[in-house]
Design a protein around this ligand. Structure first.
Ligand code: CO
Length: 183
């Protein structure tokens, strides 16, 4: 496994609609393993393949509280319900967050790394991450949902010090803002 370079705004690959994966072969397994390693390295919550320069419909999510990792190949939104306004950021736009409207619950279907059909139902951070990553695969960034880029707020990027205290309960108020920056 290796950490791949995360493409930053305004790399044109982030604007390309990713293509469906036709065959889940060893190159796709390597891509998934590298994406998970890259996501852990960045202490992020979600990553889409085009963020590491591969325009294929693959995304990974890692929930910080449980460390549960979800791999989705060719994911499709099945249902969205409710609406809430929450802070959001992106690993490709480091150092910024903004409040955006997202669904309260989402249902997504896709394939896992073995090609098995799976359905994921998400609430809270998982719902947000699923919407965010599916947007990425369509070339959409969260800033596209803002009326103005003036709505962006600067935040401190995660530092190594933060990673050392990760898992402890002594978290400050802006820790959540930082975690949500990693979608
Ligand atoms: Co993102």
């Amino acid at each position: 496994m290796s950490v791949r370079e995360i493409r930053l705004f305004d790399d044109p690959i982030l604007r390309r609609k990713a293509k469906r994966v036709q065959i889940i072969d060893s190159s796709i397994h390597k891509l998934i393993d590298d994406m998970l390693e890259t996501l852990r390295d960045a202490a992020g919550v979600g990553l889409a393949a085009n963020q590491v320069g591969v325009p294929l419909r693959v995304c990974v999510i890692r929930l910080p509280e449980t460390e549960e990792e979800i791999v989705l190949i060719n994911p499709q939104m099945v249902r969205k319900a409710g609406e809430r306004v929450i802070p959001e950021g992106c690993l490709s736009i480091p150092g910024y967050v903004a409040d955006i409207a997202r669904a309260e619950t989402v249902r997504v279907k896709g394939k896992d790394r073995h090609g098995k059909e799976i359905r994921v139902k998400g609430e809270e951070l998982l719902a947000q991450a699923l919407e965010h990553e599916l947007d990425h695969l369509n070339g959409v960034l969260y800033i596209d949902h803002l009326e103005s880029l003036d709505e962006l707020r600067k935040v401190e990027p995660p530092s190594e010090e933060d990673e050392e205290v990760e898992g402890e309960d002594a978290e400050t108020g802006d820790e959540g803002e930082r975690q949500r920056a990693g979608l």
